[in-house]
Design a protein around this ligand. Structure first.
Ligand code: AMP
Length: 291
């Protein structure tokens, strides 16, 4: 595996690979890798000649300085894991390389951005759009891999790829969970022992919501109230949002034709956790992991 730190080298490398007719699978990450990231990488490994993983903690998408400061980092450990997964290149640019001078262009969302994390983390998705537009131009992949743990991000990236005609296939990968159901996240290390112990109730609350949808005669508000109530009785963390929307358009008018997302965010002392499930109109789980 080769670690590339400059944009120029990454661009020269992908150019050469395309000349050799190699397909490139790209997994953008912020590092501190866990099995969730590795599921994306394994998928990319299966479907492409070359796998590129980026590690870049993008300052633009953090709306709170403390969250950026507390974000865990360990390149050496990450590189070992990437070698084990037979990754070809890790792209590890500095902030100065990615943002050498003030940006001339802003990107903003017309759709899919006014709910969930888009509503509660102002500027977050604008930062995500900017870094991904840059990374897609630098890495020039054939396929990109994104985790459904960040389902709104998948919906937003789908919009980005379509609107800007990136010639890239978006591959969504199901959420990888710990044995107790907690969605794997780099931020989980910032939970206290007690917070980590109770966090499994977040996934449980989503399953409660699913049960309601599987029984007939539910309304969106019933699902939200049920989950909100469940979380307030089981968690010490503060519920940031609970919502039930169509997927991937993230609108409130749910008909029997729509796939549905139930999504939750919870704030703890040093970490904010998000989780979701995506269901078919009849309430079955839409995306299942193979393992
Ligand atoms: P991050 O490093 O948190 O920006 O995540 C990089 C990629 O890994 C994103 O596409 C995430 O959605 C994905 N990811 C993070 N956690 C998980 C998980 N538990 N299961 C599946 N994908 C994940």
């Amino acid at each position: 595996m080769k670690t590339i730190k400059t944009i120029e080298e990454m661009q020269l490398t992908q150019d050469e690979l395309h000349k050799q007719q190699k397909s490139i699978g790209f997994v953008p990450t912020m590092g501190y890798l866990h099995d969730g990231h590795l599921a994306l990488i394994k998928e990319a490994r299966k479907e492409n000649d070359i796998v590129v993983v980026s590690i870049f903690v993008n300052p633009l998408q953090f709306n709170q300085a403390s969250d950026l400061d507390q974000y865990p980092r360990d390149l050496e450990r990450d590189e070992k894991l990437l070698i084990e997964e037979a990754v070809d290149y890790v792209f590890y640019p500095s902030s100065d390389a990615m943002y050498p001078k003030p940006l001339s262009i802003d990107l903003s969302l017309n759709r899919r951005g006014d709910v969930l994390c888009g509503a509660t983390r102002p500027g977050h998705f604008e930062g995500v759009l900017m870094v991904l537009t840059k990374l897609f131009n630098i890495v020039n992949p054939n396929r990109v891999y994104f985790g459904l743990k960040d389902a709104q991000q998948v919906a937003v990236v789908d919009g980005l790829i379509n609107d800007f005609n990136f010639n890239i296939e978006l591959v969504p990968v199901p959420t990888v969970r710990e044995v107790d159901g907690v969605a794997m996240s780099s931020r989980n290390v910032n939970l206290s022992t007690d917070e980590r112990r109770e966090a499994h109730h977040i996934y449980k609350s989503l399953l409660e919501g699913q049960q309601l949808i599987q029984a007939s005669n539910w309304t969106r508000q019933d699902v939200i109230d049920e989950i909100d109530n469940f979380l307030k009785h089981t968690l010490s963390g503060q519920v940031d949002y609970v919502d039930c929307l169509t997927y991937p358009d993230l609108t409130r008018e749910i008909t029997e034709k729509h796939d549905i997302i139930i999504a939750v965010a919870v704030k703890y002392q040093n970490a904010r956790l998000i989780d979701n499930i995506i269901l078919t109109p009849s309430g079955d789980v839409k995306y299942r992991s193979e393992t």
